[in-house]
Design a protein. Structure first.
Length: 417
């Protein structure tokens, strides 16, 4: 079982004294706190971040360019941990050093600034009070569950502790190409219960194409095509017709630019996932394994892509994680069937076990083929176990054959003298 802490602190080594002081303050307020020591492994760091309720990055000019902090921030973001940036320098000095993904992740989150130790106690008192209140609200049975609402509800109800220079760290999208403040659907499709995907896509790009090109960080692919692909695959599940209900469910708000803001948040989550999966191999595997507990579309899509990874260990672990994260998506079975004849035996075993967990009827023939024909005994055993979990006539018939054959083989064995 992965450890679970209230707060995990991320930091650059140069800030260790400040971190110790912050940790002591939070622990005095009865919060469980973890931060990496020299003896701690990367895998332990991964598990602690994915299990924490709040991730507290100590932002300085050195941590802003630290790859380890960027990875941790991305991991906390996709794990839906609340993020509270605590800075020791002004935002105008940090902003140019943050990469595009980190800047977007932190853009709409309220920061706490501590410029000198004289104000440390008062600033940390405010921070601690808000953390405790929100942790209390997030406990089971509470009327408020602010730590586990939507996939992108990052940052709890911390009142803004402003930078004395009144610098803005982010802003809502408040204008489109049309300059209109009306809600997107009403602006283009008022009164219509559904529209075609092509029409929806074209109107979206007309209103927000320039904004996407200007505000969102670059990716390896064409940025507009990348956003459209995310909308089509992950948000609307490749539907040719977009209903008002599908749209409303995704927006979860009737503000003028709610859809664009949610797409932007989703884009950031997807970039965060890419960041996490680009880590060193041992950290990737432990992260991928843990991602199975999340069912956000970006994570399901990322795990599906991992089935094509060059590392067979990654493919095997991603298969198991995908079965859990994507069990409600029909294409998950197709992805797993696609690797059931993988060249690596561990991947084939994982595919069989994952399909058994899903209990897919249409996967039975593929699993039966592995049970009968795979040259590796452990793969055949995994296939047999998978068939025993499948509630399908063909699977039960195969299991009956197995029992008969086992009985006949036992009868043919020479009896001991």
């Amino acid at each position: 079982m992965a450890p679970s802490y209230d707060v995990v602190i991320g930091y650059h080594d140069s800030d260790i004294k400040f971190v110790e002081k912050v940790a002591a303050k939070l622990e005095k307020a009865d919060m469980s706190v973890w931060y990496k020591r020299k003896q701690d492994s990367q895998i332990q760091t991964t598990q602690c971040i994915m299990g924490c309720k709040i991730y507290l990055p100590i932002m300085s000019e050195l941590s802003a360019v630290d790859k380890a902090i960027q990875d941790e921030l991305a991991l906390a973001y996709i794990s839906n941990s609340a993020i509270y940036p605590l800075a020791q320098t002004r935002f105008r000095h940090l902003a140019p050093k943050l990469n595009g993904g980190a800047k977007l992740m932190l853009a709409k989150i309220n920061w706490c600034f501590v410029f000198n130790m004289e104000e440390f106690e008062s600033k940390l008192d405010s921070l601690t009070e808000c953390m405790k209140r929100d942790l209390q609200n997030a406990r089971p049975g509470s009327s408020s569950n602010s730590l586990s609402e939507a996939a992108f509800s990052h940052g709890l109800s911390l009142p803004h502790v402003p930078d004395p220079d009144a610098e803005e760290t982010g802003s809502e999208a408040t204008e489109s190409n049309t300059g209109s403040s009306s809600e997107f659907w009403d602006r283009h499709f008022q009164g219509q219960p559904q529209v075609s995907w092509a029409e929806f896509r074209d109107q979206f790009l007309h209103d927000y194409g320039q904004k996407i090109d200007k505000e969102l960080p670059d990716v390896k692919e064409d940025k507009l095509k990348f956003i459209v692909n995310l909308m089509c695959k992950d948000v609307f599940d490749m539907k040719k017709t977009i209903t008002k209900k599908m749209y409303d469910d995704f927006c979860a708000s009737d503000k003028p630019h709610a859809f664009f803001n949610r797409i932007r948040e989703y884009f950031v989550a997807y970039l965060s996932l890419r960041e996490v999966l680009s880590m060193d191999s041992s950290l990737r595997i432990s992260t991928i394994q843990s991602l199975g507990q999340f069912r956000f579309p970006a994570i399901v899509s990322g795990l599906s892509d991992m089935l094509k990874d060059d590392d067979p260990n990654v493919r095997a672990v991603a298969a198991i994680a995908l079965a859990h994260a994507g069990k409600d998506r029909p294409d998950t079975v197709d992805h797993l069937i696609g690797i059931i004849e993988d060249e690596d035996r561990l991947v084939r075993e994982s595919a069989c076990l994952s399909l058994g967990y899903l209990g897919s009827v249409r996967a039975v023939s593929y699993v039966v083929d592995r049970w009968r024909n795979d040259p590796i005994s452990t793969v055949r055993e995994a296939a047999e176990l998978a068939l025993s979990k499948m509630n399908a006539a063909e699977a039960q018939r195969c299991m009956k054959v197995t029992q008969v054959l086992s009985s006949e083989m036992s009868a043919l064995k020479p009896k001991p003298a």
